[in-house]
Write a protein that binds this ligand. Structure first.
Ligand code: CO
Length: 478
C-alpha cells in the first residue's frame, strides 16, 4: 500500500476546487478513460455550493455558497452532464445587484461593516446541501428552509415546495432524508431555539403522509442528520450552545455563535416511529454531522457515526482557503452500542482515519450491514482533505482504498446498487483534478475499490466541491 504523509497534497491544489463556477453547461461527455458500464442506467444528481463569491467579495465559508445542482445521466455506456443554479428569488436579486445582499449562516457578511449587518436576520435559502428524486419530484434541500422543486430533466427551478402545506412557515426540512427499504422516504425538520421543535415525516412513494410526529426537545438542537432503524428515529444532540449576541449585533454569522461544551455529554435521542416518548441516552461529548447507518440488535441499538472531538469551525478572521487542517479535528467512524434496557452506551472506534460522507447499500438502511463506503484522507492519521474512497467491512475491519493521487480531491461516493448483494454496485464520485483544474467523475466497482476506476469521465470545466447527492434509476437525460 502507498505510504503517504501530511505533505501528500499541496494547499494550492486543494484551493482550486473552491472557485466559483459561473457557467451552466449541458453536453454529452466525450472524454472518457476506461469504459462506462453498459448496465449503469439512470441519473446521478449532486448539489453543492457553485458560487463562492459575489461582487468581488468572497463568502466566508463554502457552506454559504449558492446551490448549484449537477445532473449526470448514464445511458448505454454514455454520459450526459448538466448543471444549473437553484434560481431562488434571493439568488436572482444578488445576480441583478452583483452584490451580497444577505448574510450567511456560516459567517458571510454584507459589505460595509457590522453596522450594515446589525439586526438583519433574513436568511437566503441557498438550497445547496442535497438533491433527491422521490415520487416524481426533484427537490433541492437545505435544512433551514423549505425545499426547492426542480425539473428533473432540465433542472429548471420550479419554486418552493412545502409538501402540500405540511412544512409550517419558518420551519426547515433536513437535507438528509433516509429511504426506508420498505419504500418510504423519512425526514425531519428542526426549529432550533432555547428549546427545539422537531417534526418527523414519513412519506409513501406518492408523497402521501404515512406517519407524522412532533416533539419538543430540551435545549438547543443542531441536528443535521439522523439514523433510521426499523422501529426508531435516532438523533445525536451534540453539546453545543447558541449564544446569538455577536450574530444579532452584526459581528459574526450564526454558526460562529455555537459553543461546544466539552464538559457536557452528547445526548442520543431515541424516538419510536410509532409515536411515544423521546428517550435520552448519554455518551461522551462529540460532534456529529453524519451517520453511516444503524440497526437494532436484541436490547441494543447499534449506531455508526462520523465523530469529531469538537465542533469544527472557522472563526470570523480566518480565510477558509488557508485553513490549517492540522488545527481542526478529524472525522472518525465510531460505533455506539446503546442498551435500551440498562441505558449503557459503549463506544468503539471503527475507523480512526479522517473520513466523511458515508454511504451504504439502500437495502441495508436501518438493517444490520457489513459494507460502508466513505471519502477518506490519504494520510492514515492526520486531518486532511478527502483524497481517497474506501470500502470498509465493519464486521472485520477490512479496507479497500483507492487514492485519487496527490492532485485529486474526492467528494461523497454515491452507491448505485447492481443487485441486492451488499457490495454489488458502483460508486460514483466527483473528483477535482488539480492537474487539469477541472473535475472528473469516477465510476468504481464497489467490490474492488482498490482496483481504481472502471471509467473516468473528464468534464470540460471544474465543479466546486459539492456536498450530497443521490441516484435514481430513472433516465432523465435529453
Ligand atoms: Co450533510
Amino acid at each position: 500500500m502507498t505510504t503517504v504523509t501530511a505533505t501528500y497534497y499541496r494547499l494550492e491544489d486543494w484551493q482550486g476546487g473552491h472557485r466559483t463556477q459561473p457557467q451552466e453547461f449541458a453536453y454529452w461527455v466525450e472524454e472518457v478513460t476506461g469504459t462506462i458500464p453498459a448496465g449503469l442506467t439512470g441519473t446521478l444528481y449532486r448539489n453543492g455550493p457553485g458560487r463562492l463569491d459575489r461582487g468581488g467579495q468572497r463568502y466566508h465559508h463554502p457552506f454559504d455558497g449558492d446551490g448549484m445542482v449537477n445532473q449526470v445521466c448514464f445511458r448505454e455506456g454514455r454520459a450526459f452532464y448538466r448543471n444549473r443554479y437553484v434560481k431562488t428569488p434571493e439568488y436572482l436579486a444578488e445576480e441583478r445587484a452583483n452584490q451580497i445582499l444577505y448574510r450567511g449562516v456560516f459567517g458571510t457578511q454584507k459589505p460595509g461593516g457590522w453596522w450594515h449587518n446589525f439586526g438583519d436576520m433574513r436568511l437566503k435559502n441557498i438550497a445547496n446541501t442535497n438533491v433527491v428524486y422521490w415520487g416524481n419530484k426533484l427537490l433541492a434541500l437545505w435544512e433551514a428552509a423549505h425545499p426547492y422543486r426542480l425539473d428533473p430533466r432540465t433542472l429548471e427551478t420550479l419554486g418552493l415546495d412545502n409538501l402540500g402545506g405540511l412544512i409550517p412557515e419558518g420551519h426547515g426540512f433536513s437535507a438528509h432524508p433516509r429511504l426506508d427499504p420498505q419504500g418510504l422516504l423519512v425526514n425531519f425538520g428542526v426549529k432550533a431555539g432555547l428549546n427545539s421543535e422537531i417534526r418527523l415525516y414519513e412519506f409513501d412513494d406518492q408523497w402521501g403522509v404515512v406517519r407524522q410526529h412532533q416533539y419538543t426537545i430540551n435545549g438547543f438542537a443542531f441536528l443535521h442528520d439522523f439514523i433510521l432503524t426499523e422501529n426508531y428515529y435516532v438523533f445525536f444532540q451534540n453539546p453545543v450552545q447558541f449564544f446569538p449576541l455577536p450574530y444579532l449585533l452584526g459581528w459574526t454569522g450564526a454558526a460562529q455563535c455555537l459553543h461546544f461544551d466539552r464538559e457536557q455529554p452528547t445526548r442520543i435521542l431515541v424516538i419510536p416511529r410509532s409515536g411515544g416518548a423521546v428517550r435520552v441516552f448519554l455518551t461522551e461529548p462529540c460532534f456529529v454531522f453524519h451517520h453511516a447507518n444503524g440497526y437494532e440488535q436484541g436490547d441494543e441499538l447499534v449506531l455508526d457515526s462520523i465523530c469529531y472531538s469538537h465542533f469544527p469551525t472557522i472563526d470570523q478572521q480566518t480565510d477558509y482557503r488557508f485553513v490549517d487542517f492540522a488545527s481542526l479535528p478529524a472525522g472518525q467512524l465510531k460505533r455506539f452500542r446503546v442498551n435500551l434496557t440498562t441505558h449503557r452506551v459503549r463506544t468503539d472506534m471503527l475507523l480512526p482515519r479522517c473520513c466523511e460522507f458515508p454511504q451504504v447499500h439502500p437495502q441495508r438502511v436501518g438493517r444490520s450491514y457489513r459494507w460502508v463506503y466513505l471519502g477518506v484522507a490519504a494520510d492514515p492519521v492526520a486531518n486532511a482533505p478527502l483524497q481517497g474512497i474506501m470500502a470498509l467491512d465493519v464486521t472485520t475491519g477490512r479496507q479497500s482504498v483507492w487514492l485519487a493521487g496527490p492532485r485529486g480531491f474526492v467528494s461523497e461516493p454515491v452507491f448505485v446498487p447492481r443487485s441486492a448483494g451488499e457490495n454489488d454496485g458502483w460508486l460514483l464520485a466527483f473528483v477535482y483534478n488539480a492537474a487539469r483544474q477541472c473535475t472528473d467523475i469516477v465510476i468504481l466497482d464497489a467490490m474492488d475499490v482498490s482496483a481504481g476506476p472502471v471509467a473516468t469521465l473528464h468534464l470540460r470545466h471544474h465543479v466546486p466541491y459539492g456536498l450530497h447527492g443521490s441516484f435514481t434509476p430513472v433516465d432523465w437525460g435529453p
